[in-house]
Design a protein around this ligand. Structure first.
Ligand SMILES: Nc1nc2c(ncn2[C@@H]2O[C@H](COP(=O)(O)OP(=O)(O)OP(=O)(O)O)[C@@H](O)[C@H]2O)c(=O)[nH]1
Ligand SMILES: [Mg+2]
Length: 819
């Protein structure tokens, strides 16, 4: 494991940005150089007025019209605070106005002013020059500039570079931006690596050297000493000793937690990071770090010990996915029968048992039923009190049309690659797309005055955003690592539900190779079964490989209380809580109280059933019978829809074509609509007219629409979300919008929340989005069908009536008025 510490780099945003937006702009650089440097962001001290369509105020470093000189006390204060709470920093990186601030920092460091003396280099992107000449002695620099920059001319950036001796120069064509071109990122990465080698030697320090360093506080020295006596050779202390940088091994040689003490630690928090080259650990990195962060002691107290212990506990608890792919831990029971079902090789899955388990699971948990159960809340960890940003994952075999559906669903200008050969897509594409929700304006008879935030109310529905994720094609045996195998399956983990894209034309075989019209005719119904089973086997094999660890706990009396936690913990890697797994466990007819005795007698079927039920709840799947426009598809679609509840005929290519023609001005098209939704413009070419008439005949008249919007909507509604329209008055139906203002138009704002959200959580979500201020005083609901108003209790759960999507018109009163 690397023994060299990382650089700390202070990043300064440009005018009209914030630390968060700037971080987003350079995220590729951060990702590429994460192993070499920590990127730390701070906000400028001047809050700029809200601009059109902005939801938060952006920041700047100087007031409007103020001279940008070396005399800048407000900026010095911000930087000094950053240095003592988040620093010290070896480097500074500034974009545009932030580049001026970076010059100030270099100047103060060159002059030896406290606390900036640690600073050794600067990266200046699209940076103007300070009016007064600043000191640059001892500073290395890299300058990024563009001849296409119309804000800061190239010449000015060149003059700035000339002020530094040995300046490195990097020119690009992208204009007034921080270039994210791979070539430029590589150069920047090399520059950072070199600084790291020069400034941070690969040398370790002893506890005595830490003790002897006068620059460190006694509290910091005491903590290092205590850690050394507890962790001994598991602890590494890096040189130089000030600031303190440590690493503690938490998983033998495979992972360490790194700690960095800012000068004011423990009064300000230490920085903690996970260092691991192990894939299993990296996959869980964010979760592990969240758990570790939550274990911090209050400020003023040493935290490293508690954080390391939490990491060790978490790793033990989640062992299943952490050491995925690692050699066995050797804990398999010696006395287990050699032919036991849980000791099988991966490839040995009893297909018959799996099919039976799926059937039983479908009876126990019919499609779309889980959202209305009392435990639907447990599905998807902890995002209550916030709007639900829903992600639909598109899965299916290669060339089924996933990327075409993705491009159609997201109206993506920069289209995901589509081609008639397998594995066109390797890395997942993620973009915002749209689905349709019932709009309450229809029943409330105000459709004409209703202007939804997105699009408009039409045919009783309105558009609502979601994220669509297009992943690589799945091939048989993916769970064993074929195709892109497990990496692909991992890409799906953040999806809230799945759309399985099936090539309903039957022209392509199981591997996705298109045999055209001459193809023998593959039965698309076979594909439908197979994808669910592939995901099932992936989870099943992962759990089965650790089954011995559940048995171990169930067998020995002192460990029995841990058996349930262990079993449920084996599922939490699929982004869900232990409580959810516990509820799914009970839905299979078992009782948690007798779990240790029961699981010892479990057959392979029992585990299949648990996995099948879990899958139905965690990853509900809707089928898109794609390529509905082809002649061969019709027969298959009729058969498939008769056999399956949740299958929609789709022609992704037609939807995409319509959107492209609309963009070219050849027609107008109401997305998701039927034969009447297309109006050809006067000057449309003849071939476009022909195509439209074919498309109407083959798709819209047969299936009602292209099916794209429909299939996404079904995928979302499977998870039973709650939709809320907050209004200021029921009489006017005027919406609440940003800042708590009410708008002139009716029912503008709609928010999607997780199933069974309470009134209190709706309030929290509205507050989170800055639609209301203050504490909840009273909540009222307008019954859309009767026009009656009722008062809601704060703990009241918002439940749909019947199978309809749950849409609520609410009036939330708080103790603070809108600003
Ligand atoms: N006729 C017809 N062809 C379609 C439709 N959707 C996609 N195709 C074609 O099917 C081929 C494969 O489409 P892609 O969208 O690249 O398929 P994919 O599932 O993303 O494939 P991989 O990325 O390789 O997994 C392309 O030639 C598409 O034009 C459709 O609705 N109708
Ligand atoms: Mg693709």
């Amino acid at each position: 494991m690397a023994s060299r510490p990382k650089l700390r780099l202070l990043c300064l945003h440009g005018r009209c940005q914030t630390s968060a937006t700037f971080q987003g702009k350079i995220e590729r650089l951060i990702a590429k150089s994460a192993s070499c440097a920590d990127f730390v962001f701070v906000d400028g001290p001047v809050e700029l007025p809200l601009q059109h369509e902005e939801r938060v105020n952006t920041k700047g470093w100087w007031e409007e019209g103020e001279a940008r000189s070396l005399h800048a006390p407000r900026i010095r204060e911000v930087l000094s605070q950053a240095w003592s709470e988040l620093g010290p920093f070896e480097g500074v990186l500034g974009f545009s106005e932030g580049g001026l601030v970076a010059q100030l920092a270099c100047h103060w460091a060159s002059e030896g002013e406290s606390p900036f003396a640690s600073l050794r280099f600067g990266i200046f992107a699209a940076s103007p020059e300070l009016t007064e000449s600043c000191a640059t002695e001892g500073m290395k620099s890299l300058h990024m500039a563009s001849s296409k920059d119309t804000v800061v001319p190239l010449e000015e950036s060149k003059r700035l570079a000339a002020r530094f001796s040995n300046a490195e120069w990097l020119e690009h064509e992208a204009g007034h931006v921080f270039s994210q071109r791979s070539e430029d990122l590589r150069r920047l990465g090399e520059f950072l690596e070199l600084r790291r080698e020069q400034l941070l030697p690969e040398e370790l320090a002893s506890v005595e050297e830490v003790e002897a360093d006068d620059r460190l506080s006694q509290e910091q020295k005491d903590e290092v000493e205590a850690l050394a006596s507890i962790f001994m050779e598991e602890l590494t202390i890096f040189k130089p000793t000030c600031p303190v940088r440590l690493a503690v091994k938490v998983l033998h040689e495979r992972a360490s937690l790194r700690f960095f003490f800012p000068p004011l630690y423990p009064q300000v928090p230490c920085v903690c990071d996970l260092d691991s080259e192990d894939l299993g650990v990296q996959l869980r990195r964010r979760e592990l770090l969240e758990a570790v962060e939550a274990a911090r002691e209050p400020e003023g107290f040493p935290s490293v010990m508690a954080m390391v212990q939490e990491a060790q506990r978490w790793i033990e608890e989640h062992g299943v996915t952490i050491d995925q792919g690692l050699p066995s831990d050797g804990t398999a029971e010696e006395d287990e029968p050699a032919e036991a079902w849980w000791l099988c090789e991966d490839a040995q899955v009893d297909q018959e048992l799996l099919t039976q388990a799926e059937k039983k699971a479908a009876e126990l948990l019919p499609d779309g039923s889980s959202g209305s159960r009392s435990w639907a809340r447990q599905c998807g960890a902890g995002a209550y009190g916030k709007p639900w940003r829903f992600t639909v994952g598109l899965v299916g075999k290669p060339s089924a049309g996933k990327s075409t559906l993705f491009n159609a669903a997201t109206r993506c200008e920069k289209e995901a690659a589509m081609a008639p050969h397998p594995f066109t897509t390797i890395d997942p594409n993620v973009e915002p797309g749209w689905f349709a929700v019932p709009c309450p304006s229809v029943t409330l008879q105000c459709q004409d005055e209703c202007e939804p935030e997105h699009g408009r109310a039409d045919r009783g529905q309105r558009r609502f955003p979601l994220l669509v994720k297009d992943v690589a094609g799945l091939v048989p045996g993916a769970y064993l690592g074929y195709g892109r195998g497990n990496a692909f399956l991992n890409d799906l983990l953040d999806a809230d539900s799945l759309v399985h894209v099936v090539d309903a034309s039957g022209r392509s075989d199981a591997e996705g190779v298109d045999h055209g019209k001459a193809g023998k005719g593959h039965d698309p119904l076979k594909d439908v079964e197979w994808v669910r089973q592939e995901i099932h086997m992936w989870i099943f094999c992962n759990v089965r490989a650790k089954w011995h660890s559940v048995r171990k706990r169930a067998k020995f009396a002192p460990l029995q209380p841990l058996a349930a936690e262990r079993l449920f913990g084996l599922f939490t890697g699929y982004h869900c809580s232990q409580q959810l797994v516990a509820q799914v466990y009970e839905s299979t007819g078992h009782r948690i109280a007798t779990l240790p005795q029961d699981v010892l007698n479990w057959s392979e079927f029992d585990l299949h059933l648990l996995v099948a039920c879990f899958l139905r709840v965690r990853f509900p799947i809707v089928i898109a019978l794609n390529k509905a426009d082809t002649a061969e598809a019709q027969e298959h679609i009729v058969r498939a829809q008769a056999a399956l509840g949740n299958a929609v005929a789709v022609s992704a290519r037609s939807e995409l074509w319509l959107l492209q023609q609309q963009r070219k001005g050849h027609l107008t098209y109401l997305e998701g609509g039927g034969p009447q939704s297309i109006a050809i413009t006067e000057h449309a070419p003849e071939d476009v007219r022909d195509q439209v008439s074919q498309l109407r005949q083959k798709v819209l008249e047969v299936y009602g629409s292209t099916g794209v919007m429909e299939v996404l909507s079904r995928a979302v509604l499977q998870r039973s979300p709650v939709f809320c329209c907050p209004v200021s008055e029921f009489t006017t139906l005027q919406s609440l919008s940003s800042g708590g203002y009410s708008t002139k138009s009716k029912l503008v704002t709609m928010m999607m929340l997780r199933p069974l959200s309470t009134v209190e959580e709706v309030h929290a979500a509205l507050k989170n989005e800055k639609l209301v201020r203050g504490d909840l005083v009273r909540a009222e609901m307008l019954h859309i069908s009767t026009g009656q108003v009722s008062v809601l209790r704060r703990e009241e759960v918002l439940k749909p009536e019947g199978a309809q999507a749950a849409t609520f018109v609410l009036r939330i009163l708080t103790n603070k008025k809108a600003k």
